[in-house]
Design a protein around this ligand. Structure first.
Ligand code: PEP
Length: 251
C-alpha cells in the first residue's frame, strides 16, 4: 500500500507571522490523520522555525531546493547536511521553476536527487512537460527523458528507491488549468510502467504525486485515480482551509 502524501510548496512566499498562523491552522485542522502524510516545504530561512512548530504533529518538513555539493566554499548555497540538521525529511528537486528560471538541466537535477538520497533525505523529483510539448505530442518523450537520467545509472536507480515523483505539467502550475484526472492518470501510469521496466518492485512502491493547480474542489477526482498517490501543492498550500480540504480528499 502506498500512503498518500500531500506536500505544500510555499515557494518564495510568507513571513514568520504568516508561517505561524498557517502551521497552527493546519495542525489543528489535520489532527491525527492516519490516511495521509502531510509535508510543508517553506523557504530556507523559515525551515528551523517551521520545523519546531511542526514537532510532534506528524507533519513532515521539506526544503524546496538544495546544493548538489557537500559543505564548503559555495557562497549562498545550502547543503543536504544542513537540511538534515534542521529536521527536514523531504527535498524538492527539479521543480519546473528551477529548471526554467535557474537553468537546472536534467543532469543537475539527477545529481541533486542522488545527493539528497545519499544524505538520508527523501527527494521529491518533479517532472513534466511544457504546453507546447504536450500540444506536439511529446509529453511521454519529455517525461521519459527526465526520468531516464536517473533510471539509467546505478546510483540514480538506488536514489529512486527513496524518491517521491511529482508529475507536474508545467502548463498547469499556478495557472488554474488543472490537468484532467484522465490526462494525469495517463502520465502517472506511463511513469510507473517506465520504472517497472527497470524494477517492478520499485514501480509498485514509488509514490507519484500530481501537481498543478490542485485545489480543495478538484483534489478528490484526481486522487481517486489508481496511480495518483497524493499531490504537490503550490498556491493552495498557503491557505489553511484549501490545504486541509486537499489533505482530506485523499482516497
Ligand atoms: C507547484 O509549484 O509545485 C504547484 C503545483 O503550484 P500550484 O499548485 O500553484 O499550481
Amino acid at each position: 500500500m502506498r500512503k498518500p502524501l500531500v506536500a505544500g510548496n510555499w515557494k518564495m512566499n510568507g513571513s514568520r507571522e504568516n508561517a505561524e498562523s498557517l502551521i497552527a491552522g493546519i495542525k489543528e485542522g489535520l489532527g491525527v490523520n492516519a490516511a495521509v502524510e502531510a509535508a510543508i516545504c517553506p523557504p530556507f530561512v523559515y525551515l528551523s522555525e517551521v520545523g519546531s512548530r511542526l514537532s510532534g504533529s506528524g507533519i513532515a518538513l521539506g526544503a524546496q531546493n538544495v546544493s548538489q555539493h557537500g559543505n564548503g566554499a559555495y557562497t549562498g548555497e545550502i547543503s543536504t547536511s544542513m537540511l538534515l540538521d534542521v529536521g527536514c525529511k523531504y527535498v524538492i528537486s527539479g521543480h519546473s521553476e528551477r529548471r526554467a528560471l535557474y537553468g537546472e538541466a536534467d543532469s543537475l537535477v539527477a545529481e541533486k536527487v542522488v545527493a539528497i538520497n545519499a544524505a538520508g533525505l527523501k527527494p521529491i523529483l518533479c517532472v513534466g512537460e511544457l504546453l507546447k510539448e504536450r500540444e506536439s505530442g511529446k509529453t511521454e518523450e519529455v517525461v521519459a527523458r527526465q526520468l531516464d537520467v536517473l533510471l539509467n545509472s546505478a546510483e540514480g536507480l538506488a536514489a529512486l528507491q527513496n524518491t517521491v515523483i511529482a508529475y507536474e505539467p508545467v502548463w498547469a502550475i499556478g495557472t488554474g488549468m488543472t490537468a484532467t484526472p484522465e490526462q494525469a492518470q495517463d502520465v502517472h501510469a506511463f511513469i510507473r510502467q517506465r520504472i517497472a521496466a527497470k524494477d517492478t518492485a520499485l514501480a509498485q512502491k514509488v509514490r507519484i504525486l500530481y501537481g498543478g493547480s490542485v485545489k480543495g474542489n478538484n483534489a478528490s477526482e484526481l486522487f481517486a485515480k489508481a496511480d495518483i498517490d497524493g499531490g504537490l501543492i503550490g498556491g493552495a498550500s498557503l491557505q489553511v482551509e484549501e490545504f486541509l480540504a486537499i489533505c482530506r480528499a485523499v482516497k
